[in-house]
Design a binder for this molecule. Structure first.
Ligand code: PLP
Length: 381
């Protein structure tokens, strides 16, 4: 019997284990509060759902161009224009979520064996995709000393790199790069000939003003974006890339062969997402409310967090509790019915010292979770 490929030997997603235990608890107690989830608790905007309903009846919904329908590529370019950024629709590549966009990006930009740096903590699936494509994963440890973001020194300490992936705002830390920090990374990439991949999937969910985009500073980076987070459309599996003009043909050939085209219904309906800003900003207002409650609670519990500039996560140092993150996650679920993600998914080295709390569920759920954890904290005094 032949063995599975070596490159497919990637780490499991530990949060899936938490989700399994959360479902068991839900069946036995019916009381689980979900602070482990990584997606909005809201559906797609009403305008998108209405458009999709009509399209189901009116449209053949066959394949589209591999790069996506021009109507959507134009709407995405206009979305950037609205923020004062100039993007040609020809540079926009519509993808099967940011996940599909990331696979295309890595294949288009790097050869097998290329050294690609990614911050630790960082988004687990990216680390695993890099490895499964036979690229060399280079972890860049970030922590409180650099405000949890990569710096010139951290990049250079990793040795020669072919690529650098940064997410701002980040999953799991929620920390965003300031314009100065982004500029510094772009400078080091230009000087050291490193291709920058800027994951901007949490743009729009910011608590500290607009998040700088790589587009503001360079036309050499590949920007990864998605309808999953701000636009609240995770299951529609739709994202996009903004790429240097010289890479469009390469990406088109890859996209044609790997995916044929992104989902047609999602593409045509997503054109209307940009008209739903009011509804989407209301979602962000709810995240802001929950974030404030959780930040206050962590302060009260004596637990430090990374600066939650954006996204809907708090990266919490559980050291003072004297338990590993896996134990904390186990205990909070079994005693309090509160599900959270242990940090090992995001940082294989130091992740047992941290949990990720998501505040994408309703503020009333977050408030209830805080009340239960308050009681747990008091019971330990
Ligand atoms: C930082 C980051 N990038 C990419 C993704 C993938 O998103 P999607 O494929 O749904 O667009 C996620 C999902 O949680 C994420 O947190």
């Amino acid at each position: 019997m032949r063995e599975p490929s070596k490159r497919s030997r990637i780490a499991p997603f530990h949060v899936m284990e938490v989700m399994k235990r959360a479902s068991e608890r839900e069946r036995s107690h019916g009381d689980v509060l979900h602070l482990e989830v990584g997606q909005p608790s809201t559906p797609a905007p009403a305008l998108v759902r209405e458009a999709a309903e009509a399209l189901l009846h009116q449209h053949r919904l066959g394949y589209t161009d591999a790069l996506g329908v021009m109507e959507l590529r134009r709407a995405i370019a206009e979305h950037y224009a609205g923020a004062g950024r100039s993007v040609d629709p020809e540079q926009v590549v519509v993808t099967v979520g940011a996940s599909g966009g990331f696979v295309l990006t890595l294949l288009a930009a790097f050869d097998a064996g290329g050294r690609v740096g990614i911050t630790e903590p960082g988004y687990a699936a990216y680390r695993n995709i890099i490895q499964s494509l036979d690229l060399e994963l280079v972890g860049l440890p970030v922590g409180p000393a650099s405000r949890w973001v990569a710096t010139r020194e951290i990049v250079r300490a990793a040795g020669p790199l072919d690529g650098l992936v940064v997410a701002s705002p980040s999953n799991p830390t929620g920390t965003s790069l300031t314009a100065r920090e982004m500029r510094e990374l772009i400078d080091v990439c230009e000087t050291d000939d490193i291709r920058l991949v800027s994951d901007e999937i949490y743009h729009g969910i910011s608590y500290v003003g607009p998040t700088p985009s790589a587009i503001d500073f360079t036309s050499d980076a590949l920007v990864v974006q998605s309808f999953s987070k701000y636009f609240s459309m995770t299951g529609w599996r739709l994202g996009w890339l903004v790429v240097p003009p010289g890479l469009v043909d390469t990406l088109e050939r890859l996209a044609q062969n790997l995916f044929i085209s992104p989902p047609t219904l999602a593409q045509l309906a997503a054109v209307h997402a940009f008209d739903a800003v009011g509804e989407l900003d209301d979602n962000v207002a709810r995240y802001r409310e929950s974030r404030e409650m959780l930040v206050d609670a962590c302060r009260r519990w004596g637990l430090e967090t990374a600066p939650p500039d954006g996204a809907f996560y708090l990266w919490v140092d559980v050291g003072p509790l004297g338990l590993t993150a896996s134990d904390v996650s186990h205990e909070w679920l079994s005693v309090c019915g509160v599900a959270v993600t242990p940090g090992i998914d995001f940082d294989p080295e130091r992740g047992e010292g941290f949990v990720r709390l998501s505040f994408s569920e309703a503020p009333t759920d977050i408030e209830e979770a805080i009340g239960r954890l308050d009681r747990w904290m008091t019971s330990r005094d």
